[in-house]
Ligand binder design. Structure first.
Ligand code: 5GP
Length: 182
């Protein structure tokens, strides 16, 4: 990736390249394929940030599976999660009896996912696991953890590969640190 493109998109540093993303997602896909044999797998994407990661990941899962999406927003307008969620779009199927794999772009404080998982648990799935592309454990404010983690990262605000800053930059093919000083 050229430096010119990186600058144009306010990326101060590319921390995960396209190649690294591809390789790691292949590994995750293999692991999930092994773990979900003979299960009733339903992959649930948490929009919007998950969509690029999920599209690549499901093509590395060599099993029958269904997919669905939830679109949730946090009531808090700041960059810090409140844990109070607004369901913009709910799931379209009854999840009882399914083995859920929830796909997140990034696990930060974990408050959003904790609220979401508590809600989904009331709908009686057979099992529920979390797969996140990125994990910032240093920021955690809940007991939630991911069963599958693409990359553990430091406490920087990152963009690209589905992640936004003010709704832009989701189409960058890599993960970069957003340059807040421009
Ligand atoms: P949590 O409730 O775990 O704090 O919030 C997770 C959500 O916050 C993510 O799904 C994402 O939308 C947003 N978020 C947290 N950290 C970042 C980050 O570094 N970059 C971007 N673009 N979004 C983030």
């Amino acid at each position: 990736m050229s430096n010119i493109l990186a600058r144009e998109h306010n990326v101060s540093e590319i921390i995960i390249s396209e190649d690294k993303l591809k390789n790691r997602i292949q590994e995750l896909g293999k692991q999930i394929t092994n773990d979900y044999k003979n299960k009733k797998l339903l992959v649930i994407g948490v929009l919007k940030g998950c969509f690029v990661f999920m599209a690549d990941l499901i093509r590395e899962i060599n099993l029958p599976c269904e997919i669905d999406f939830m679109y949730i927003t946090s009531y808090n307008k700041n960059t810090i999660s409140s844990g109070v969620i607004n369901i913009v779009k709910d799931l379209s199927i009854d999840i009882s009896g399914y083995d859920l794999l929830i796909i997140e772009d990034i696990l930060d404080t974990g408050l959003t996912l904790e609220t979401l998982c508590t809600l989904l648990q009331t709908r009686k799935p057979n099992s529920m696991k979390i797969c996140t592309l990125l994990d910032k454990p240093s920021r955690r404010k809940s007991n939630i953890y991911a069963d599958y983690v693409g990359f553990v990262i430091e406490d920087n605000f990152v963009i690209g590969y589905g992640l936004d800053y003010a709704e832009e930059y989701r189409n960058l093919p890599y993960i970069g640190i957003y340059n807040q000083n421009t």
